[in-house]
Ligand binder design. Structure first.
Ligand code: ATP
Ligand SMILES: O=c1ccn([C@@H]2O[C@H](COP(=O)(O)O)[C@@H](O)[C@H]2O)c(=O)[nH]1
Length: 268
């Protein structure tokens, strides 16, 4: 299990004690949903980390396009799958290791980034917005990404999923948990030094619009500001397996294999 990582939002929260008091007075569920959302949106707006048209629209993700409320909890109790979130900075090796886990342990690998890239190439209504967001290294609105993940999970007959590169932010996490009604069973965190991640991304040569030094710098900033708090949250929940991502692909996979061997009882 990993140690807690310093949370860049903590100093920010200290400056809003009156809001925290109000939140505590209102109870746990309200606190989790409303206050966290408020804090993060104010913070994100201040940092210019979310796209303007989607600002202050978090509650909107709980509605479908036709205005009816989205299903909250879309797995039946008997069919709740085993979910592993796979997190780590850009180029830390998430996708590479997920392919090996899928092969060795029978998981379905869902890469949020790949699903978004597929939306761009299929010329969907959100394609242009997704392309602009990825090019800037920012985060696509939760509703869009969750809809794609949900569609895949519903269409695939498997009860073991690796969700690679999601949730990217606390907003993503809270939205996913609210909409699906489940938390991940485990979270893998590939811990990699920044210089190694930059080297790997620049060496990838797959023609991705975001594999250039300017966007990589932005992605690293977004990772530290928004993704580390998600890892900290699940660390506090005792779900994070931190894996040192330095070493050859096979060396890293041996550490991953150990985690999945240890979790065998949990995986149906
Ligand atoms: N352990 C490793 N040692 C050296 N190179 C690696 C290692 N793991 C992956 N790579 C290479 O680094 C590059 C990035 O790996 P990968 O695409 O798996 O990372 P990722 O975390 O999924 O990245 P992103 O979040 O940007 O999609 C790839 O070219 C991959 O072949
Ligand atoms: O949940 C997600 C996942 C990805 N993005 C955007 O896509 C790029 C690339 O993602 P990779 O996981 O590195 O393939 C990422 O930088 C984000 O811009 C997202 O918004 N939400």
């Amino acid at each position: 299990m990993s140690m807690l990582i310093p949370d860049p939002l903590e100093p920010f929260l200290i400056f809003h004690p009156w809001l925290l008091n109000l939140a505590f007075a209102c109870g746990a569920r309200f606190r989790e949903f409303a206050v966290t959302t408020f804090f993060f949106e104010v913070f994100l707006i201040e940092q210019d980390l979310i796209q303007a048209p989607y600002r202050l629209n978090f509650l909107g993700i709980l509605s479908t396009e036709n205005g009816t409320p989205a299903t909250i909890g879309f797995f039946s109790k008997e069919k709740t799958p085993f979910i592993a979130f796979v997190l780590g900075g850009p180029g830390s090796g998430k996708g590479t290791q997920c392919a090996k886990i899928a092969e060795a342990f029978g998981f379905t690998h869902l890469s949020a980034g790949d699903l978004l890239r597929k939306e761009i190439s299929s010329n969907s209504e959100n394609g242009a917005m997704i392309l602009a967001t990825i090019t800037e290294g920012k985060i696509v609105p939760s509703g869009v990404t969750i809809k794609l993940i949900r569609r895949e999970m519903e269409s695939i007959e498997n009860n073991k999923f690796l969700i690679d590169g999601f949730p990217r932010s606390e907003e993503n996490r809270i939205a996913f948990e609210r909409i699906t009604g489940v938390e991940p069973n485990i979270v893998l965190f590939f811990d990699c030094p920044e210089d190694e991640m930059v080297k790997r991304v620049l060496g990838r040569k797959q023609g991705r619009v975001d594999d250039n030094i300017d966007t990589i710098k932005k992605r690293l900033k977004v990772f530290a500001a928004l993704n580390l708090p998600v890892i900290n949250h699940y660390t506090r929940r005792g779900k994070v397996y931190k894996i040192n991502a330095v070493g050859t692909i096979d060396e890293v996979f041996e550490k991953v294999r150990q985690v999945f061997d240890d979790c065998k009882q949990m995986i149906k």
